[in-house]
Design a protein around this ligand. Sequence first.
Ligand code: F6R
Length: 600
Amino acid sequence: MCGIVGYIGEQQVPELLLRGLEKLEYRGYDSAGIAVVGETEAELFKEKGRIATLRKSINGKAEGTAGIGHTRWATHGPPSKENAHPHQSTSGRLTLVHNGVIENFEQLKEEYLGEVELASDTDTEVIVQLVEVFMNQGDSVKKAFRKTLRLLKGSFAIALIDNEDKDTIYVAKNKSPLLAGYGEDGNVVASDSMAMLHVTKEFVELMDGEVVTVTRDNIEITTLDGEEVTRDSFTAELDESDTEKGTYAHYMLKEIDEQPFVIRNIIQKYQDENHDIKLDPEVREALNEADRLYIIAAGTSYHAGLVGKEVMEKVAGKPVEVHIASEFLYNAPIVSENPLFIFISQSGETADSRGVLVNVKEQCHKALTITNVPGSTLSREADFTLHTYAGPEIAVASTKAYTAQMAVLSILAMDAARSQGYEDSFNAIQELSIVATAMETLCDQKDEMEMIARDYLTDVRNCFFIGRALDYHVVLEGALKLKEISYIQAEGFAGGELKHGTIALIEDKTPVIAVTTQEHVNLNIRGNVQEVDARGANSCIISMENTAKNGDQIVLPKVHDYLTPLASVIPLQLISYFAALHRGCDVDKPRNLAKSVTVE
Ligand code: F6R
């Protein structure tokens, strides 16, 4: 959600910034802009819509070796050229980009900006105008910037440039991610290291409450009170090619195909030379000591948590609750005496989950984050982190992160079981390698999946997914995948619940996709399919070798009962992909969505 890039150095900056913004497209945005520091002033280029539109409008016109850029996902004011960042102060001297939400912007406007005419609806413009107001009262840029930062409430990552000091980008953050980076011929600022890999791989993390000045040959970090801070840089373990789609038409398809590799990678990373589970002893201890686990997550990660709960409870007998982060934040249940909170998040930046984490830490509970981005906010602020090793997930619709999260949770369940002496219980490592092979088989069946998307989902308004037991959790994910990228209204239901209301929606040709991989409820879900068929539904059955019947549309290779969602989700992902493709949707960047949801 929103993204910032900045560069100051020897190279021409417009192309560097545009490339950076393209790398941040995956986060979701609806307008974009850059400011290039020219001879006398910063020149602004902004457009509503895609970076390609911005690129076209710049058309080689911009020149300069310092600048900042931004992709905006509208919060205050609709997507428009006026509301796109960068924003300038009234005199035009200061130019600023911002990610996040300034909660007290109305109050600040009233208190300090009575005389100032604002050019946009954004909370962001208030920041840059405030800095100028303080400068007009005699403060230096730096002092005015610090004064402004002290007044801001909410989340922000900010980069500011001053026409009269072309050698500096002023930077600060609170709750929103921001990095600075050391290049060979200049330094950078970025929301995500991925954005600036074409300049450098060496980055330094910035912390809340710091004020940072980035110049051509230095990055100076200070506290809000001006004390110097030293911090080691780190090398991003990514190549630019990891973030490219190669011969694939879409990142989503590439990421679906990467799943067998991701699962094998997880097996390797979580196994020692004796084939025992390799886990940080402190995580093991926290897991064993906890009397109850609380999984907190949103969206797809929440769906992975639902599966994780089942596996943990069945394999290790440990009670688990799974909560939607935004609900837990304002409506927390009574928590057990010795809980362990497990945050599941692909991005590690989800504001709803972070809100819960802050509360959990205030109550001195232990927290573990399972994430694909180990340096992320949720990872830094939790006591422990487990990495999902899925590689960058660029498509907005999460695919490989979901299966990776479930794989890590199943390993955690196995470890918890072993710690309790259940030596012969479920062997997640072995079973996951069977899953990886099954995934490969399924990824090779794209033509069949495309045909199903055509047969069932062309010209339909809605689609229902049903399942029971573990299959219920995966159909929730199937429905989410389909609705978010194809805009078909799709809902997942527990098969047994249909007749308690939802069946009223079944009409002639309503598509109903049923997943049945669990033997003990196979007959029940098939009964539910008959009920919808009797009312005219167009049903499609996804079963597994052990539950299959003649006429099922897809039969999955057999995998362990606890891990079936890792296999059954592949056809659901592929069917959603092809349905969206046939409808001409922007598969990788669905409307209104952001990859990293950094606002509540
Ligand atoms: C759906 C999707 C979202 C995310 C949710 C949480 O495809 O990607 O539902 O799962 O926004 O994001 P993370 O996992 O980054 O916390």
